[in-house]
Design a protein around this ligand. Structure first.
Ligand code: UDP
Ligand code: MG
Length: 317
């Protein structure tokens, strides 16, 4: 039977939660094994994303006590998306299906049954979709909603209210392996794979312990990646913006002429200052957006590895 499940969990400074997450997942895996839904080779794989706390030691200890736990450790902090990819690509070799989830137990472990069930019914990708965001902070809720609205407007396909809690079959992971981009945004990438998909709904809980590991900076770069990684609309917007500014400048030209003939030119200082600032600002904005893409091309052409695995508990076991 092809039903080995790997649960992949990226962890960055999660010493407060890994033990609890580990034990809850073990209960779940045992239950699924008893029901014959997954094989006895199924594992829980932690990806240590360059944590500087006890996270990796705890993972190693879990692995020593029970080989159902396994893990890889990245050589430094590469960010959630890269850590997740490292886990998925490593798990792919042994697993028939992989479920990815956060370490903080915000994703409801109970719906794993449903996910696996749908896999057995022939689904290749099962998205975990949260019913509401009432447990998230007001700030997170507002910014996240805004982000997904912008994403959709820019034309990137995302499953709304879906984070990275999903089941993927081996062949979809193999397809994902073909995507070589460095600016990773899995939430946007996975829906482009196609295959037979389905969704399961769950309530998103509060973080079990500790603080969010997504700093404001990380969240911003995640959002910028999501938008620029999937659409060239921002570049097109520059063209439109340039066109509008051109129209505006004609209006200002006519206006200045009229003022000139009336004989009030000195007072034009205000208009001049305003236009210098406005145009200067627009040029900078335009340059910034173009720069964003150039930067991306730069990173992509270098083709650097997206993660480096320093240790793999599977190898030493
Ligand atoms: N994470 C990671 N590397 C990072 C930041 C976060 O592997 O640089 C992991 C983190 O340990 C957690 C998941 O990504 O398992 C989601 O992070 P978090 O729960 O802090 O984000 P939030 O739920 O606040 O969006
Ligand atoms: Mg979280």
């Amino acid at each position: 039977m092809n039903n080995t499940l790997y649960v992949v969990i990226p962890c960055y400074n999660e010493e407060e939660v890994v033990r609890e997450t580990a034990s809850r997942l073990l209960t779940k895996l045992t239950e699924l094994q008893d029901k014959d839904m997954i094989s006895s080779e199924s594992k829980i794989m932690f990806v240590n994303d360059g944590s500087n706390d006890e996270t990796w030691n705890i993972i190693k200890e879990l692995h020593e006590n029970n080989s159902v736990y396994t893990g890889i450790s990245l050589s430094n902090n590469k960010g959630h998306q890269n850590a997740l990819l490292a886990g998925l690509m490593t798990a792919m070799e042994k697993a028939d299906m992989v479920i990815s989830m956060d370490a903080d137990l915000q994703d409801d472990v109970c719906v794993i049954n449903e996910m696996v069930q749908k896999y057995h019914e022939g689904c290749d990708i099962v998205y975990g979709v949260r019913k509401n965001r009432s447990k998230d902070s007001f700030f997170k809720r507002v910014t996240a909603n805004m982000f997904y609205k912008i994403m959709n407007w820019f034309g990137a396909k995302t499953v709304s209210n879906h984070a990275d809690y999903r089941l993927m079959s081996k062949r979809t992971l193999e397809a994902l392996a073909g995507y070589k981009e460095v600016n990773l945004f899995l939430r946007g990438l996975v829906p482009t794979l196609g295959f037979k998909t389905d969704v399961v709904y769950y309530e998103r809980a509060e973080r079990f312990a500790g603080e969010s590991k997504y700093s404001f900076g990380k969240m911003m770069s995640f959002a910028v990646n999501g938008i620029t990684g999937f659409s060239v609309k921002p570049i097109r917007m520059i063209t439109w913006l340039g066109f509008l500014v051109f129209l505006g400048s004609i209006a200002i030209l006519i206006y200045s002429f009229i003022r000139h003939f009336i004989g009030e030119t000195i007072r034009g200082w205000t208009t001049l200052m305003v236009s210098i600032w406005a145009i200067g600002g627009l040029i900078l904005l335009a340059l910034g957006i173009v720069g964003e893409y150039v930067g991306k091309i730069y990173l992509e052409t270098k083709g650097r590895p997206r993660y480096i695995i320093e240790e793999n508990l599977e190898d030493i076991a």
